[in-house]
Design a protein around this ligand. Structure first.
Ligand code: HEM
Length: 427
């Protein structure tokens, strides 16, 4: 347990190396089967996905997220997925992409040559800013700040809700719990106000919230305010920290691999005005983002609970047991990736047909695959490209870089980096 708590991804990697593709972990109160072979990944996420539900961590997340996409199950999940999907349609992404470029430019304006920043915090602010603008068209700085502030209040305390036995802690009048409930009430008030304003305007503002309010299926009149609130919070939570971490690790990897950074800089300098249409002109930048997601997948573990007895890769998993998959471990397996521990964006430039498809699954797979995959892909590439035109980053000498695996895979001590100006670029 201490090893698992200390550095869970490294612990799981050691277990897989030592014991193979199936590892049985009888941890406190839970029987966990950890699978690392791509065939098992496909079985759990795709072919036999109906035999599983989400694991305890996501069940606990319902305290905050209600019945949003990430936490709902069965028929409700299917219906919500159908209703939310159009908000991520290709046509809508072009609008979001313009906001991504514009906000990344605004972040670039704030930095000074020689300044030291915590890249992790900068990327968190930027992705939070982006998600509030793409969700709510929050044009006014004060409004974006108000949303970000209310969200930070809740997310800062959210890890506590996921602790073992937190269902009991929650019932006690502990100061931290009281703070969590107060922060959640404040956040709800903000979100319900924005929903009411959007409903009153009654027009499509081109943002995600408009899409959620317009969404209807054959047999209903659309989502209730509570359902919209749950989806909005889910998109906030699922959509900002994941991308921020992926980008932070990408900047770190670039700082350690100057040749890759030089190749990316050369590409972004040539790409012209940046928009959704620029993505085909940025293959190497895309490869940098994919490779960062391979080495540091923000969703480093994906858990499920068996609803019935099930056989995965020849191993019998009894009903009620937990099945664990880890993109972190499978992505670093030398059977699927040559020189698996090293950063080589080039590997994504030519398709490798010999590699099983499920050997790479930073966005999960099957019916519960990340709904924001294309959004995140565009965001990753456009933010890297916009920022790399203007600045380059070096890790502050002596800054310790370690993983901290909570819900997402973060740098434990942040990521202190020093900024240098590249040429003056006119956007
Ligand atoms: C690099 C960034 C991202 C990564 C690595 C990532 C990863 C994932 C993964 C692995 C899952 C599946 C979890 C499971 O099966 O238990 C997931 C689900 C989800 N993600 Fe993402 N995500 C990212 C960005 C986003 C963004 C930008 C959004 C929205 C704006 C988003 C919204 C969601 C939602 C709503 C789900 C639940 C989908 C469902 O169950 O139907 N994600 N994500």
């Amino acid at each position: 347990m201490p090893a698992l708590r200390n550095d869970a991804p490294a612990f799981l990697q050691r277990m897989a190396r030592q014991y193979g593709d199936v590892v049985y972990l009888p941890t406190a109160g839970q029987q966990v089967y950890f699978f690392s072979h791509p065939d098992a990944v496909r079985d759990v996420l795709v072919t036999q996905q109906h035999k599983f539900k989400k694991s305890r961590m996501l069940e606990r997340a319902r305290v905050l997220l209600g019945d949003g996409l990430l936490t709902s199950e069965g028929a409700l999940h299917l219906r919500q997925r159908r209703l939310v999907q159009p908000a991520f349609h290709r046509d809508r992404l072009a609008g979001y992409a313009a906001t991504m470029v514009q906000r990344a430019q605004a972040a670039c304006e704030r930095w000074q040559p020689g300044q030291t920043i915590d890249m992790s915090q900068e990327m968190m602010h930027l992705t939070m800013d982006l998600v509030s603008r793409t969700l709510f068209s929050a044009e006014v700085e004060a409004e974006a700040d108000e949303i970000a502030d209310a969200l930070n209040g809740v997310f800062g305390l959210f890890d506590m809700i996921l602790l073992p036995f937190s269902e009991y802690l929650e019932k006690l009048p502990l100061p931290a719990m009281r703070r969590f409930h107060a922060a959640r009430a404040r956040l709800d008030a903000t979100i319900y106000r924005l929903i009411a304003e959007h409903r009153a305007r009654g027009v499509d503002q081109g943002d995600l919230l408009s899409m959620l309010l317009l969404a209807q299926d054959e047999d209903t009149t659309g989502m209730s305010d509570t359902q919209v609130r749950d989806e909005v919070l889910t998109l906030f939570l699922a959509g900002h920290e994941t991308t921020a971490n992926a980008l932070t690790w990408a900047w770190y990897l670039l700082s350690q691999n100057p040749q890759a950074a030089a190749r990316m800089h050369a590409e972004v300098d040539q790409a012209g005005a940046l928009s959704m249409d620029s993505l085909p002109a940025l293959p190497y930048t895309g490869a940098v983002f994919s490779e960062a997601l391979r080495l540091f997948p923000p969703a480093w573990a994906i858990g499920r609970r068996a609803l019935e007895d099930v056989e995965i890769s020849g191993c019998a998993v009894p009903k009620g047991c937990v099945v664990l998959l880890s993109p972190y471990v499978t992505h670093r397996d030398p059977r699927w990736f040559a020189e698996a521990e090293s950063f080589q964006p080039e590997r994504w430039l030519t398709p490798d047909d010999s590699r099983p498809k499920s050997a790479y699954f930073p966005f999960g797979g099957g019916a519960r695959v990340c709904i924001g995959e294309r959004f995140a892909g565009a965001e990753g590439v456009l933010l890297l490209a916009t920022i790399a035109r203007r600045w380059s980053f070096a890790l502050l000498p002596g800054h310790p870089v370690e993983r901290k695996a909570q819900i997402t895979l973060r740098p434990k001590f942040g990521m202190k980096m020093t900024i240098s100006a590249r040429k003056k670029y006119v956007y």
